[in-house]
Design a protein around this ligand. Structure first.
Ligand code: 4AD
Ligand code: MG
Length: 483
């Protein structure tokens, strides 16, 4: 007999070739039936949908069927036939089933009922076998692919920046140290400080908080580049929007001003959302239903008036609102929640950093659409942002999204050497440390801009999940680095 090759279940479900021999392999979701017939729902991760396998106990054998329990891995050989039952168009009539790996029903922790997201976070290897997480992680792949496709179509180069660096790009000092020195007995300098000249790299190093500074070197040679990699921040923010290890996409473009930068970021976000709608329909349908179920348990005032796909369409079809920080402060100062003392951080003067409650008020209550805020006070932004003529604000832009707050942060860069070094002196950033960076301003400097998109914040938005821990396979947060 000629051996049939395995076909993925996604392809079988779409197949128009009926009554052919097929092999399917996967994990058993459920088994039901009686002594005359067994129905097995088989899933291999290629689709949110499982295929139904119809097994005749007389043919397959009681002993084999006994081992076909939720979580077991099996290989099914049989015929793909039109299904009689509701809910699927094709199914497999099994001719032989091999159990590849049993899953003891007494011990298997995933039951065919709903588990809480928190419970599932504790069992990393089984989490992706659930409908919810397999849908999220398939979409994570699709969104990554879309990122590369967008930039490739535009002639951007994927530029790899280091994970281990000697600089603090954002100047926030929230870095994980990288060292091979003995933590108990490190070599010391005469003044008692640790002697990092004896460390692996001969200096103090840390995990990168952003690839931007190295990205700028790429842009000042290749024109348009983007980075897409892991980013590490030791900020003690235990929120549903922060991870200690997250993925960031950072395009950097020579000859772009702030408006070009905003135009690109808006186009990029819309492209990603459109890609999800077009390519992840089955997973989105599942996640949309999940969200509706969840919303039913919420008090009416907290419920979203838009479904997940409506929300995505809305972002795709509407222009983002653009306004300056100064205009935003005016709106916030005169807002109802501010006047009634409802903000945890009341807005009184100009100059304060916006909290996520303010960002979400602007997006969800005032404008009811994504917002791009520009021209922030220099004192609340990083050293590399371009100084405006007023001497008070910088050419920054943050994109704020419903349910999320800041999803993108970016700016036009300070390309004037003297202005940049003055800023660094003001902020106590030693020039020697960034000499390599300042060289781009010394030789052939040019206006340029860029931004950073937090990939997991995008994933929260497109999946409708409420917690950033649930859109990454192995979340790292303060106090938690399991698996
Ligand atoms: O605003 P941030 O800090 O900007 C930068 O790092 C710049 N170097 C970007 C650039 O201009 N090239 O971070 C950019 C984005 C934020 O808007 C947010 O979406 C995400 O990164 N982000 C985080 N996501 C998850 N967990 C965290 N702890 C994050 N911190 C920032
Ligand atoms: Mg930011």
């Amino acid at each position: 007999m000629m051996e049939t090759k395995r076909t993925k279940i996604a392809a079988l479900l779409k197949s128009s070739e009926i009554d052919v021999n097929v092999v399917a392999k996967g994990w058993v979701r459920t088994k039901r039936g009686n002594k005359n017939v067994s129905f097995i729902a088989l899933n291999d991760g290629s689709s949110i949908n499982s295929i139904q396998v119809v097994a005749d106990p007389g043919l397959i054998g009681e002993e084999t069927l006994k081992n076909i329990t939720t979580g077991a891995s099996i290989s099914v050989t049989g015929k793909l036939v039109a299904s009689q039952g509701a809910g699927q168009s094709v199914e497999i009539t099994a001719e032989a089933i091999e159990v590849l790996g049993v899953a003891d029903p007494e011990k298997y922790p995933l039951q065919p009922k709903k588990h809480s997201l928190e419970f599932l976070r504790e069992i990393a290897h089984l989490r992706p076998r659930t409908n919810t997480f397999s849908a999220i992680f398939r979409m994570r792949h699709a969104m990554s692919f879309a990122v590369h496709q967008f930039f490739n179509e535009k002639g951007f180069y994927y530029w790899h920046t280091p994970f281990v660096t000697g600089s603090d790009a954002e100047g926030a000092g929230e870095m994980f140290r990288v060292s091979t020195l003995d933590p108990i007995n490190p070599p010391l300098n005469d003044d008692g400080t640790v002697d990092h000249s004896q460390d692996f790299f001969g200096k103090e190093t840390n995990l990168t908080v952003s690839g931007q500074l190295e990205g700028e070197l790429g842009a000042m040679a290749l024109g348009d580049i983007y980075t897409f990699g892991p980013t590490f921040r030791a900020e003690n923010s235990n929120t549903t929007r922060h991870l200690a290890e997250f993925w960031m996409i950072e395009p950097e473009m020579a000859f772009y001003d702030l408006t070009d930068n905003m135009d690109l970021a808006e186009e990029f976000l819309k492209y990603l959302v459109a890609y999800a709608l077009e390519n992840c329909a089955d997973d989105l349908e599942f996640l949309e239903k999940r969200l509706l179920d969840e919303e039913k348990n919420k008090p009416a005032v907290e419920r979203n008036d838009m479904s997940l796909t409506e929300k995505l369409r809305f972002v795709m079809e509407n222009d983002f609102e653009r306004l300056s920080y100064t205009e935003a402060i005016q709106i916030l100062r005169n807002s109802k929640p501010n006047k009634k003392g409802k903000f945890q951080f009341p807005i009184d003067g100009w100059g304060a950093d916006l909290q996520s409650e303010h960002e979400r008020y602007l997006v969800e209550k005032h404008f009811k659409k994504p917002v791009i805020l520009t021209d922030y006070p220099k004192d609340i932004k990083a050293f590399y942002m371009r100084m405006n003529d007023d001497g008070k604000t910088v050419g920054a832009m943050d994109i704020l999204f419903p349910g999320i707050g800041e999803i993108v942060g970016g700016s036009q860069r300070e390309e004037r050497l003297d202005v940049l070094t003055d800023r660094m002196a003001e902020m106590n950033i030693p020039e020697e440390e960034l000499d390599w960076y300042l060289d781009t301003r010394r030789f052939g400097t040019a206006p340029h801009s860029g931004f950073g998109l937090g990939f997991e914040r995008l994933m929260i938005f497109v999946t409708g999940m409420g917690n950033i821990r649930d859109v990454i396979p192995f979340p790292r947060t303060p106090g938690s680095a399991a698996f």
